[in-house]
Design a binder for this molecule. Structure first.
Ligand SMILES: Cc1ncc(COP(=O)(O)O)c(C=O)c1O
Length: 414
């Protein structure tokens, strides 16, 4: 039987934070999104594919900071390049440094739809600027959306503090439901500035879905028929399923693409890419600027991250390891007889529990993730995980063994 972890320091810091920060922690990192009382709330250090919490517990980190860590934590080659920039040149100036152009040229060679681009800091900056560009170009207001696109007014789920008029023209659709998109476009098409979707479906708490054959092609066609722009939110898929994003992987090219997360192995950066015709709205019509957008540290980190990924075939390696892991976990799940599923292979591993009318799945889910964290595998009950380059086959073997033990321990609830 796995014992509850010692989390004395975590709870002390949490108590302190409650008096300092509303809710102590922001967003998805709040304790109720894990298994309360069982998961750490603060991490102290991270290296490679592992993290250590403030009580000294070491975990296989399969959440990878919710996506940015593609190579590994504290990757020396990247960090050294960043330190070199700090000590030899500086990174926060009144004008832009030339590394902007270098990174733009690199990305243009990698991402099929990236004729032009602008660098921002967050994924939310990139998706929101995509919407603004689309609305400006088409002179239309409505947006069809599918997926989480960040915290800004037009798309955030929790509507507190947002006037209805800022999101009333934004209509949600279901991933892989082409009929629904067709129906909505027949109804609103002439007013729709853009259809934005995550090219892989990853709704919170639900299985990760790959595009059904014809889904992305169908959306592309429908957008064209109605003169609406097609935007991919590649914040999770970019630099993870392919260096050219899901658009390269699946061969259906959007008009605009928003990237962030894995692009710079943890340094904050986002980029809006797209066809010249649309991106040039930013020349005169659409304003986009921030004190920190031209800050060069993350741009330096992105160039180095991409260099390593190309040199070492990082994504091929992740894909191979991810597939081995996925096959093992699928077998484990099948043998367990527990009504749960594995999805997201090879990039976004996720174990979800099948919904039932009595809500037993909630208990199974809680127990499974309780057992798993006690065995020092850091995965999230409501969000898929990730595999990074520095995860070794042994790390993943350990994780799958612990998944096996945790499912066995969960069986007692059946
Ligand atoms: C698909 C997707 N789009 C947009 C965002 C927003 O990015 P950020 O949190 O960097 O603003 C996220 C963040 O999780 C995301 O997963």
């Amino acid at each position: 039987m796995a014992e509850k972890l010692t989390l004395k320091n975590t709870f002390k810091l949490y108590e302190e934070a409650l008096g300092l920060i509303p809710g102590a922690i922001l967003g998805i990192r709040r304790p109720y999104n894990f298994v309360e009382g069982e998961y750490p709330i603060f991490f102290e250090t991270a290296k490679g594919g592992k993290v250590i919490d403030v009580d000294g517990n070491e975990y296989i980190d399969m959440l990878c900071a919710y996506g940015p860590i593609i190579i590994g934590h504290r990757e020396e080659e990247i960090d050294n390049e960043v330190v070199k920039q700090i000590t030899e040149k500086g990174f926060c100036m009144s004008l832009t440094q030339p590394v902007q152009n270098e990174l733009a040229k690199k990305l243009r060679g990698l991402i099929p739809g990236a004729e032009k681009m602008v660098f921002v800091k967050m994924g939310s900056d990139a998706t929101t600027s995509a919407i603004r560009v689309a609305r400006s170009y088409t002179k239309r207001v409505k947006i069809l959306r599918c997926g989480y696109h960040g915290w800004h007014d037009w798309c955030v789920e929790q509507k507190g503090g947002i006037p209805e008029k800022l999101y009333e023209d934004v209509i949600e659709f279901e991933y892989n439901n082409l009929d629904q998109v067709r129906h909505l476009m027949n109804q609103y098409g002439n007013d729709v500035a853009a259809i934005i979707l995550t090219p892989i479906g990853h709704p919170g708490g639900h299985q990760v879905e790959m595009p059904k054959p014809g889904f992305l092609e169908g959306i592309r066609e429908i957008a064209d028929e109605h003169g609406s722009l097609l935007i991919y939110d590649e914040i999770r898929t970019g630099f993870r399923v392919d260096l050219g994003g899901a658009q390269k992987k699946f061969g259906v090219i959007p008009d605009l693409g928003a990237f962030g997360k894995a692009m710079a192995n943890g340094y904050p950066i986002g980029v809006l890419t797209g066809k010249k015709e649309y991106m040039d709205e930013l020349v005169e019509n659409v304003f986009l600027s921030s004190t920190f957008f031209p800050n060069s540290l993350a741009q330096i980190a992105a160039l180095k991250t991409i260099e390593i990924m190309e040199r070492e075939n990082v994504l091929e390696d992740i894909s191979k390891k991810g597939s081995i892991f996925a096959n093992k976990v699928r077998d484990i799940i099948e043998d367990s007889g527990i009504p749960c599923d594995y999805s997201g292979e090879p990039w976004m591993p996720y174990i979800t529990f099948e919904r039932d009318p009595k809500n037993l799945y909630k208990k199974l889910r809680e127990e499974f993730y309780r057992q798993l964290i006690r065995r020092k595998v850091f995965l999230q009950p409501f969000h898929h995980g990730y595999i990074c380059y520095r995860h070794t086959l042994e790390d993943l073997e350990y994780a799958s063994d612990m998944i096996n033990e945790s499912l066995t321990a969960t069986k007692k609830l059946l």
